[in-house]
Design a protein around this ligand. Structure first.
Ligand code: ATP
Ligand SMILES: Nc1ccn([C@@H]2O[C@H](COP(=O)(O)O)[C@@H](O)[C@H]2O)c(=O)n1
Ligand code: MG
Length: 208
């Protein structure tokens, strides 16, 4: 028997096949702690973490023909066309050999959402939404120190606007389908993870 998450995402034949992977979308404002919590979920529950932002940054570094366009969009806090991001996600899913995915920072707008559904036919089992006040997210981003070109106050403000205008409607869409698990992300990392753990079935924890 699988977890509650897997049960929610079983295909018509009742089995989890390559065609029916378990997908959890991980959403929240910039700096809400999505990546931090995904690392904990991977360790405890064996998911593969795919951060759309990380995949786009890797694409820039790879010297891809889309690199300059992606770099400019990220600097402006804009959303890269879905076609590009979805191809990267699909490739990473195939290469992982896993069938359980945390897709972090995607879908970021309605175009992302509809295109992913049309191209892959995948519906998320549920959506984790890390809810955090802007002032706290701003503090975290300005002290992240990972050399990200978009962690400066000008781009951060643009990213906040994009989140409010384009990403929140996606969260509301999934809320209308009772798929959103909203988490208070303005707490210490470990406290948040206790809440996250309760959402995934404890029996699926990796053995030590
Ligand atoms: N609960 C927390 N309390 C304090 N700091 C945190 C917390 N969670 C994460 N951080 C720190 O805040 C910064 C942003 O966290 P993280 O990279 O996980 O956010 P994110 O949602 O993935 O951001 P982005 O959307 O920009 O990728 C990091 O430096 C991280 O160590
Ligand atoms: N679906 C997405 C996700 C991200 N981007 C771009 O990457 C930037 C950084 O994303 P993080 O999740 O790592 O914060 C983001 O501001 C966008 O420019 C995207 O286009 N589409
Ligand atoms: Mg992140």
């Amino acid at each position: 028997m699988g977890t509650v998450v897997e049960a929610a995402n079983k295909g018509v034949n009742g089995s989890i096949t390559e065609k029916n992977p378990t997908v959890v979308f991980v959403l929240g404002g910039p700096g809400s702690g999505k990546g931090t919590q995904c690392a904990n979920i991977v360790e405890h529950f064996g998911y593969t973490h795919l951060s759309a932002g990380d995949l786009l940054r890797a694409e820039i570094k790879s010297g891809s023909e889309n690199g300059t366009m992606i770099q400019n969009m990220i600097k402006e806090g804009k959303i890269v066309p879905s076609e590009v991001t979805i191809k990267l996600l699909q490739r990473a899913m195939q290469e992982s050999g896993n069938d359980k995915f945390l897709i972090d920072g995607f879908p970021r707008n309605e175009e992302n959402r509809a295109a992913f559904e049309n191209v892959t036919g995948i519906e998320p089992a549920f959506v984790l939404f890390f809810d955090c006040p802007e002032e706290e997210m701003e503090r975290r981003l300005l002290s992240r120190n990972q050399g990200r070109e978009d962690d400066n106050i000008e781009t951060i403000r643009k990213r906040f606007n994009v989140f409010l205008e384009s990403s929140l409607p996606v969260i509301n869409y999934y809320d209308g389908k009772a798929k959103v698990r909203k988490i208070d992300a303005a707490r210490p990392v470990q406290d948040i993870f206790e809440t996250v753990k309760a959402i995934f079935a404890p029996k699926n924890e990796k053995a030590d």
